[in-house]
Design a protein around this ligand. Sequence first.
Ligand SMILES: C=C1C[C@]23C[C@H]1CC[C@H]2[C@]1(C)CCC[C@@](C)(C(=O)O)[C@H]1[C@@H]3C(=O)O
Ligand SMILES: O=C(O)CCC(=O)C(=O)O
Ligand SMILES: [Fe+2]
Length: 404
Amino acid sequence: MPITGCMPIMHSCHHIFPSVDTLIFDASLLRNQHEIPSQFVWPDEENPGRSLEAPELSVPVIDLAAFRSQDDSTITPMSQLQGITSLVDEACRKHGFFFVVNHGVDPGLIARAEELMDDFFGMELSEKQRAQRKVGDPCGYASSFTGRFSSKLPWKETLSFRYSSGHGSARSQIKMKKKTVKEYFLNVMGEDFVHFGDVYQEYCEAMSNLSLNIMEILGDNLGVGKDYLREFFQENDSIMRLNYYPPCQQPHLTLGTGPHCDPTSLTILHQSRVSGLQVLVDGKWHGIHPDPNAFVVNIGDTFMALSNGIYKSCMHRAVVNSRTARKSLAFFLCPRMDRKVTPPMELLVRSSDDDDDHCSRRRYPDFAWRDFLEFTQKHYRADTKTLDAFSDWLRQKNMDNHDE
Ligand SMILES: C=C1C[C@]23C[C@H]1CC[C@H]2[C@]1(C)CCC[C@@](C)(C(=O)O)[C@H]1[C@@H]3C(=O)O
Ligand SMILES: O=C(O)CCC(=O)C(=O)O
Ligand SMILES: [Fe+2]
């Protein structure tokens, strides 16, 4: 890759977006510059400044062994289960995230998924660009979204692909398991990447299963029953994202991922040994301790709408550092694309002790997940206000349609 002069290494390349002079971010070269390009500098109110090492937050830890042992001989006392579920309920009503441990996902599978990230992101830029993401499509390789945004560029490379759980209810014997992840790597990257497809297909299946188990707990807590949310997400069209954050020479000026709420429903995130995830709680950013044996689970916008605002979409961001690369595996659970997102009746019926601000009033309009996803890919850069912006956009569209 030619190094041209002392200017930041930003390459112009026209073959991806013929109409736009696209700059490509090559962190492996860029990080040798004294200063990061201005496009990567975030405004003071958003960049980490000196709070790179934000105070750590004690996060509710949900031990899922207690729930998994229900199937075995040892039955966990109901009081213990209730103690755990009320921890989850409290966390979801307040800030929307918690840890899960003893989750049942094979540590070897997680390790393989992590190792393959080093292999993929360690490739030459031209190799990675074979999976180059096109504007409007959530799948593919992106290097800091230089083709998509012109300022507040995140200091990261990402590879995103879809996972579809296939058809068939929880009870159906024959599940039509699609192998969308396997197909993606074979079709986009070729025969040499079949192993990537195998590992990430298995990883996504494990994430989907874990998500559905968590949905049982959330459904129970919300009073809609164990099966309602499990069935709602049984057929899911989810997104898997590999985040790779190269070291940065001025980490206090930029962000790996800007402040946002995930527009999706539930996120299962694995950050192994390098810290960087921060969550906004009580108006302050808090660091989340990296624990390779735990997953961070956070509520997204779509689930907040589905729960009529009872569970909160988690505000979070990712900071970078000057010493070592950081990786995270993010599984974004999403319902079927055409699924209408509307709260179940149980969450709309006012009980005697409900005050006016709780439950009774619809907080968000009905929408199809497909339309919200398209909004984030074609009309609006997801941030901490995406769901409100989408709700306003829908209302305006409906008004325009009525005026026609
Ligand atoms: C539906 C999605 C859009 C993003 C990936 C998934 C869920 C998280 C979203 C995102 C990470 C929120 C911050 C901004 C964003 C542009 C990013 O930094 O990657 C978002 C993703 C995206 O639009 O690609
Ligand atoms: O890398 C992280 O820790 C967070 C990434 C994230 O929030 C996202 O990809 O939505
Ligand atoms: Fe996120």
